[in-house]
Ligand binder design. Structure first.
Ligand SMILES: *[C@@H]1O[C@H](CO)[C@@H](O)[C@H](O)[C@H]1NC(C)=O
Ligand SMILES: *[C@@H]1O[C@H](CO)[C@@H](O)[C@H](O)[C@H]1NC(C)=O
Ligand SMILES: *[C@@H]1O[C@H](CO)[C@@H](O)[C@H](O)[C@H]1NC(C)=O
Ligand SMILES: *[C@@H]1O[C@H](CO)[C@@H](O)[C@H](O)[C@H]1NC(C)=O
Ligand SMILES: *[C@@H]1O[C@H](CO)[C@@H](O)[C@H](O)[C@H]1NC(C)=O
Length: 381
């Protein structure tokens, strides 16, 4: 299982196994970003997770940092920070009103700087760890692009994770590390993404860029060739269509709250593993969905709620969860769910939400039961 809070595998180095499992089990379900290749979770979890996480604070990744684990600081530590003697490669500088990034001593691989008042990253602070720093956590600070000095992040060649959410960046800051596996830069003001900056990052698995100002154009080709990338979250940006050149490994794409009005015929053909597609709160009308575009066998969950559809789009019989609430649908197009019905020809739909449309239960065709034999949740209002 992989998710934002379970990411701190390094704790296993010093936590008793039972406590680690406890943290893992007790915390993970509320924040897991579904990564279907590794998570075989009940299929309702993705939507549920968002609902829960909205209430608990979605990406508060650090609230279980075990204070008792700190112990005395090892000698080689910035004086503002703590470096646990039994975990000497980690330097904790979080939540202490820092206004600057301390000089990072050699030997540090995991650097926690979240929840401070940092506005600036001065040249030289990472000079002793340019190759060895693996995790850089800068969430919840006040950093702008202008104040990230040259010779800092652009020198970090061994970084695995960069967590830089809730700052004031307008352009993504990408380290030149081919080892990067996780990139989180949500809740900034990003409108630019340097072209080619992710090229060759063969281990990058997830990219979180929600709540920014990114356009489809700014992201053109950025994800190309990243053949381990399984999840992209671009919720609440300024996309008008799906970014071009997304890799064929992609399993999850979240694009709720954008201005997407169409899906091009080829878009999903290039994504043979796409299982979770969320495009709620966009501008999709029937004309934006050419025939057959959503009829792809890999999709498990499709969210097109809060759009402008007037009919049920043509879907594949393998789809299990279809969210169409709050559109303008006024007829029940059974033929778009099952072209044929028969003993072996039927829809795998379990959930079908149609509330907030111009439809009632009476619009359900009489011959729908064969096609919709697995649908336990058909919601009209
Ligand atoms: C950092 O590197 C400088 C030389 O670049 C060296 O003088 C200093 O001792 C190093 N500090 C630590 C804590 O590694
Ligand atoms: C990618 O991950 C694999 C497996 O963990 C590792 O062996 C490999 O060195 C990584 N590649 C880079 C460029 O870090
Ligand atoms: C979806 O495409 C398949 C062929 O891949 C076709 O047999 C099926 O009828 C289509 N489904 C619908 C609902 O049109
Ligand atoms: C579904 O029905 C079509 C047309 O009758 C048929 O060609 C196809 O083989 C059927 N598929 C299955 C899985 O039964
Ligand atoms: C809603 O559906 C009814 C009956 O199908 C139809 O008479 C009416 O015009 C529809 N209203 C809208 C706003 O589409």
């Amino acid at each position: 299982m992989k998710c934002s809070r379970c990411g701190r595998q390094t704790f296993a180095d010093f936590l008793p196994v039972s406590l680690y499992i406890f943290l893992f089990v007790s915390i993970s379900p509320t924040v897991c970003f579904p990564l279907p290749s590794t998570v075989m979770f009940p299929l309702r979890v993705p939507i549920f997770a968002v609902l829960v996480s909205l209430t608990v604070g979605q990406y508060d990744d650090y609230d279980y940092q075990p204070a008792s684990q700190y112990g005395p600081s090892s000698a080689n530590c910035a004086q503002e920070c703590e470096c646990p003697i039994n975990f000497p490669t980690a330097m904790y500088c979080d939540s202490r009103n820092l206004k600057f990034v301390p000089i990072v001593p050699s030997g540090i691989k995991y650097l926690y700087l979240q929840n401070n008042l940092i506005e600036e990253i001065k040249a030289g602070v990472f000079d002793n760890v340019t190759a060895e720093l693996r995790w850089l956590v800068l969430d919840h600070n006040q950093i702008t692009n202008e104040k990230v000095a040259k010779g800092t992040i652009d020198k970090l060649t061994g970084l695995h994770k960069i967590l830089f959410s809730f700052n004031k960046l307008t352009e993504a800051v990408i380290p030149p590390s081919k080892s990067l596996d996780e990139l989180k830069m949500m809740n900034n003001q990003l409108s630019k993404f340097p072209a080619g900056s992710l090229a060759g990052m063969q281990n990058l698995t997830s990219v979180h860029l929600q709540n920014n100002e990114l356009t489809s154009k700014a992201l053109n080709g950025v994800f190309k060739g990243l053949n381990k990338l399984v999840a992209i979250d671009l919720t609440n940006n300024k996309l008008k269509k799906l970014p071009s050149g997304m890799p064929s490994s992609l399993e999850t794409f979240y694009g709720d709250h954008n201005d997407i009005s169409s899906i091009a015929a080829g878009d999903l053909k290039e994504l043979p593993k796409l299982a979770y597609l969320r495009l709620a709160y966009n501008q999709m009308a029937d004309a934006g969905i050419p025939a057959g575009v959503l009829n792809v066998t890999s999709l498990i969950e499709l969210d097109l709620s809060y759009n402008k559809l007037q009919s049920i789009p043509e879907i594949n019989e393998q789809l299990e969860h279809l969210y169409l609430q709050v559109n303008q649908i006024n007829k029940f197009n059974l033929e778009n769910i099952c072209k044929f019905s028969g003993p072996l020809n039927y829809s795998r739909l379990k959930t079908l939400r149609l509330d907030g449309n111009n439809l009632t239960h009476a619009d359900l065709p009489h011959d729908s039961s064969n096609c919709l034999r697995q649908a336990s949740d058909i919601i009209f209002d």
